[in-house]
Design a protein around this ligand. Structure first.
Ligand code: BES
Ligand code: MN
Ligand code: ZN
Length: 496
């Protein structure tokens, strides 16, 4: 990721200079200065390009005459009243995407006198945040990249805005959490498996996060038959990892618990998946990745809240020792489950992880995140995560956090009529319902493991953790979805 700085003046060595322009050729002070210095070249370029000031649109002048810059980028900032945090992140993202492999190593953007729908210091920090997030890359396995394809941009300076550093410190912590999640999600399953996932999380201790790890013997002793049934077909041993951050100063504060599905690879097990796109199932630990990245963000910015992240880590493989369709397993709370389809494994992992988390931490709120069903992608595509909740207040808080973070959620229904669809002929429940409403019956299954009085939301993020094409603040690949959502949820509801 690139580095963001807030110097008091633009560096005099030539580099890429960026200026903002609104609709109707509303040149910012810096844009007007460059237009004058270049004898009207900027305006002329904008007119020629049919530039309309749309947020994130860019007109580029290479080696402009009369200006000591390697190039000038005029970027549309949209109407001032719509220029909120998300809009500035989009601008930062567009700048990073355009310059990342341009050959430029340094860029500056002058925001002097710019008007926005939030304090300019915050706007500047969010522009930097968008640039950081968008410039993340996962290049570690590329050994033959052509020089021209390699990223060159190292730093973006934002000038003309005093006081942005304080906002930036928090946002940089969040960006680091997002990067951690993207690393975990991008890594293939021969590198990230339950044990190595835990090892990678150990560095959270440096931020003050307390780690607890359960191995197979401990989980067996606790009776986590559902989670262990999924794990038994793999040579990779399962793990349950808890990450605790208490920034309240009160050791007795009731925690919020996040629970993540951490299936480090999902072949489907004996109910094996088709070969096409099975490689995608390396990111079936995206819920666990989001929870881990959120814990990083919260600890790194020293959030004044008590939050615990729990991730259930298993690999779902077919094997001589794998569980069979029709097997009956007993979960930690004693309920029995007929495993009709070994590919509906996420709920089996979550039910034991959620039950353990409630027993262990007595939380007020439990929010689980999981790449749980293909059906949620059929319902919502890649625009919203699916939210199921037993509490309207919690649902509203999450929806709002989704809007402010840009990681949006759409509420889905739950109810008794759906619940009956997972009744089993020989056990307390079966792990799949009919094809119709597949995301809802998955949620109903999890709900059977939520204790009375606990506020609970289940976020099915199967459509959100991996992107086939770039977005405003991510390239194609791992998005890091969930980190900014959970961070905002805590900031807006527990730190006020
Ligand atoms: N990890 C998958 C869900 C998934 C599918 C995520 C595609 C992302 C893309 C999950 O474990 C699964 O296999 N779910 C099944 C459930 C079915 C067997 C009831 C599904 O969605 O097909
Ligand atoms: Mn599956
Ligand atoms: Zn899965």
């Amino acid at each position: 990721m690139i580095t963001i700085g807030f110097p008091t003046a633009i560096d005099s060595t030539p580099h890429a200079q960026i200026v903002l322009v609104g609709p109707d050729m509303a040149l910012s002070a810096a844009a007007a200065a460059i237009d004058t210095a270049s004898a009207g070249q900027l305006r002329q370029a904008l007119t020629t390009a049919r530039f309309d000031g749309e947020a994130g649109s860019i007109v580029e002048i290479i080696a402009p005459a009369g200006v000591a810059a390697t190039r000038v980028l005029a970027i549309g900032c949209g109407p001032a009243d719509k220029a909120n945090a998300a809009q500035f992140e989009k601008l930062g993202g567009a700048i990073a995407a355009r310059l990342q492999t341009s050959g430029e190593t340094r860029a500056s953007v002058d925001l002097s006198g710019v008007t926005a729908a939030l304090p300019l210091a915050g706007a500047a920090a969010h522009l930097g945040h968008g640039a950081m997030l968008r410039s993340y890359r996962f290049d570690k396995y590329r050994t033959t990249m052509k020089a021209k394809a390699k990223p060159t941009l190292e730093a973006l300076d934002i000038v003309g805005v005093p006081g942005a550093d304080v906002y930036h410190a928090n946002l940089a912590a969040i960006a680091a959490g997002v990067a951690r999640t993207r690393d975990l999600v991008s890594e293939p399953a021969n590198i990230i498996y339950p044990e190595s996932f835990v090892e990678s999380a150990r560095s959270l201790a440096d931020l003050g996060v307390e780690l607890t790890v359960l191995g197979e013997p401990e989980m067996k002793a606790l009776g986590m038959g559902a989670l262990l049934g999924v794990a038994q077909g793999s040579v990779r041993a399962p793990r349950l990892l808890a990450m605790r951050w208490n920034g309240t100063g009160n050791p007795d504060a009731k925690p919020v618990v996040f629970v993540g599905k951490g299936v480090t690879f999902d072949t489907g097990g004996i109910s094996i998946k088709p070969a096409a796109n099975m490689e995608d199932m390396k990111w079936d630990m995206g819920g666990a990745g989001a929870v881990t990245g959120a814990m990083h963000a919260l600890a790194a910015r020293k959030a004044k809240a008590h939050v615990i992240g729990v991730v259930g880590l298993v690999e779902n493989m077919p094997d001589g020792n794998a569980q069979r369709p029709g097997d009956v397993v007993t979960s930690m709370n004693g309920q029995t489950i007929e495993v009709i389809n070994t590919d509906a494994e996420g709920r089996l992992v979550l039910c034991d992880a959620i039950w353990w988390a409630q027993e262990q931490f007595n939380p007020e709120v439990v929010i689980d995140l999981a790449t749980l069903t293909g059906a949620i992608i059929i319902s919502l595509g890649h625009e919203y995560g699916g939210m199921f909740a037993n509490d309207d207040g919690l649902a509203k808080q999450l929806k709002t956090a989704g809007e402010t973070s840009g990681e949006r959620l759409w509420r889905m229904p739950i109810g008794d009529a759906y619940d009956g669809l997972i009744d089993s002929a020989i056990a307390d429940m079966k792990n799949v319902g009919p094809r119709e409403g597949g995301s809802v019956t998955a949620a109903q299954f999890i709900k059977r493991f939520v204790k009375p009085g606990v506020k609970w939301a289940h976020l099915d993020i199967a459509g959100m953790v991996w992107a086939a094409k770039p977005g405003a603040v991510f390239d194609k690949g791992a998005t890091g979805y969930g980190v900014r959502l959970l961070d905002r949820f805590i900031a807006e509801n527990y730190e006020a």
